[in-house]
Design a protein around this ligand. Structure first.
Ligand SMILES: Nc1ncnc2c1ncn2[C@@H]1O[C@H](COP(=O)(O)OP(=O)(O)O)[C@@H](O)[C@H]1O
Ligand SMILES: [Mg+2]
Length: 287
């Protein structure tokens, strides 16, 4: 039985928004001075609603790419589109940050002095586009959908870390983003805690089909969560291998022991290790 699938009451709607097109993007830090090239003619198409896992060695340029999509910093050349709209490109090197793309900052991003419900409602309340009653109705509804019923009036510190992560994701989803951006959110966690986080993420995703751009250097995490894996070269990064994970969603931890999962691990681990070795040889440190 697929335990996670059983808890997904309705089939997820296919996403119609959130397609990212990264076209020939180059990012050079400090071109006039020490000139560090972090992204090298990177081209990548991410369809709406895909969980796209970006895997690559530390310092290869993954965060640089995420920051360019989020609009936290400029690109040197190339372009990035979201649903056909130019985010950044010729004549517009910096994408304007917007609520259509949200970086989910894990761990500590919630206000500890606000209840979970008030945390979830916070963004839309600040924007003031919806009335208060409608915001709280939506917040309660989304929390219930994410398995957070009964925790509305708790403070973040009063619930388990797994539930807290759900609150963080639901809070991001309250803004109706098209894309969620994750930058190695679970890197410091032990594998058991990680599995709880993965379950939380997938469960919320199955109810809210957004595009997920997820950086990790954990290959098992990448294959478990992703529709596709993009294995990056060592710095400067560009896709070295793109692989579709042909294991159907919804997934649960049973897939980790399936023959196909092991095959995919074998197929990709040598590629990842080769790039990690190159990165290590060039003295790259974590970025
Ligand atoms: N603001 C910056 N100025 C100069 N170099 C930077 C800056 N940010 C990152 N870098 C360099 O760019 C490269 C890629 O960094 P980053 O995108 O953080 O890699 P990753 O996320 O894959 O670990 C690294 O060599 C890093 O030192
Ligand atoms: Mg990084």
């Amino acid at each position: 039985m697929n335990a996670l699938g059983d808890r997904v009451r309705q089939a997820p709607q296919a996403a119609t928004q959130g397609a990212i097109r990264i076209d020939d993007v180059v990012k050079i830090y400090d071109p006039e001075g020490s000139a560090v090239m972090a992204v090298d003619h990177c081209t990548l198409d991410i369809p709406a609603g895909e969980i796209c896992m970006i895997v690559g060695p530390s310092g290869c340029g993954k965060t640089t790419l995420l920051n360019a999509i989020a609009g936290f910093h400029s690109i040197t050349s190339g372009s990035i589109h979201l649903d056909g709209q130019l985010l950044c490109g010729p004549g517009k090197p910096l994408a304007a940050p917007g609520s259509d793309r949200i970086v989910v900052f894990q761990n500590g991003a919630l206000f500890p002095w606000k209840t979970n419900l008030d945390n979830v409602a916070f963004g839309p309340l600040m924007q003031g586009k919806m009335d208060r009653k409608a915001i709280y109705e939506k917040a309660r509804h989304m929390m219930a959908d994410a398995g957070l019923s009964g925790t509305e009036n708790n403070f973040p510190g009063e619930v388990s870390s797994g539930l807290r992560r759900r609150v963080e994701i639901v809070r991001a989803l309250m803004n109706d983003p098209k894309v969620l951006l994750f930058d190695e959110p679970y890197r410091a966690l032990d594998s058991l805690t990680k599995s709880v986080m993965h379950e939380a993420l997938l469960e919320v995703y199955y109810k809210n089909k957004v595009t997920i751009f997820f950086i990790t250097h954990d290959l098992e995490e990448a294959i478990f969560l992703g529709h596709r894996l993009v294995i990056m070269t060592s710095r400067p990064c560009r896709p070295k291998k793109i692989l579709t994970v042909d294991i159907p969603h919804p997934r649960d931890y049973g897939v980790l022991t399936s023959p196909r999962f092991r095959e995919l691990m074998e197929e990709t681990s040598s590629v990842v290790h080769e790039e990690a070795r190159k990165s290590f040889a060039s003295g790259e440190r974590e970025g």
